[in-house]
Design a protein around this ligand. Sequence first.
Ligand SMILES: [Zn+2]
Length: 325
Amino acid sequence: MIMEMSAIRVSRIGAFEWTTVPLRDIGEDEVLIEVEVTGLCRTDLKLIRVGHRDLTLPRIPGEEVVGIVRKTGGSVKGVLEGRRVYVYPGVWCGRCPACRRGAENLCRQMQIMGFHRDGGFAQYVIAPAGSLIPVPEGLDAELAVFAEPLSCCLNALELACVGRGDAVGIWGAGPAGTLLSRAAAAMGAEPLCMEPDDRRRRMAKGVPGPEGRKFDVCIVAVGSNHAYEEALAALNPRGRLVVFAGLSPSDDVLPVSFNQLHYHEQTLVGAYGCSFRHGVRALRFIATGAVTVRDMISHRMALSDLDEALRIVENRSGMKILLYP
Ligand SMILES: [Zn+2]
């Protein structure tokens, strides 16, 4: 019986510690997962440094988790111990209007792992059995862990009705923008990334677009209102602008010409997080190679080196950073 574990704990905004924490018993419908790998993303940096709308403290962060099931609660059926799983980071009610529409990410009672519930920056994580998605046989943990960020991209592409032949402009070619471009290409669309950094732009699908180019879908994957202004101006008739990256609250009001939307039948669409089904689809995309991710791993680091890892995210000097407990 495991009573305690090493974990990253955030007790107040702006600080964290690598420490030993008690491990609670699992509930009837829960499973204990030994974390193999967790992904670090820009949201974790924001969460730790400045806080986040959905964060409650104290908290073990980490919403991108792949691990091995070590123990299951009494009422759990069909989840085998020893099985590699990806953890969909949400726990949803299943009854509210959002859940009934298949938008679990907008559930009124949404509990996000790493935000409202303890996450994967630890040796173990406890999750409801209903949040687990088995990793396809033979798929490496460090590739499967891309299922979370890729799921958020699939949600955005779905909301923007991206399809074959659509010209998709993506602002920012960090990990999210790169995955957006690769997923859009896998769906038969024609993505182009707007990214000042040559090295990052080369990783994305497509080639840099010429100035003045127009798109059927514009996705802003960088927290810049200048990028939103450019994207809005680059929309084709019937174009969809996806609000994928959040802006700082002091900076989030932009002028929009409603006559432009009216006369050109354009749409603004928000995208935040992902639903369970996106995780299933993301794992399939990764397992089949429809979306390749291995070349996006820039750093493999110990969880205890989180401080250095966060600096790399902050400086944008890496691509995807994976953390090992
Ligand atoms: Zn709900």
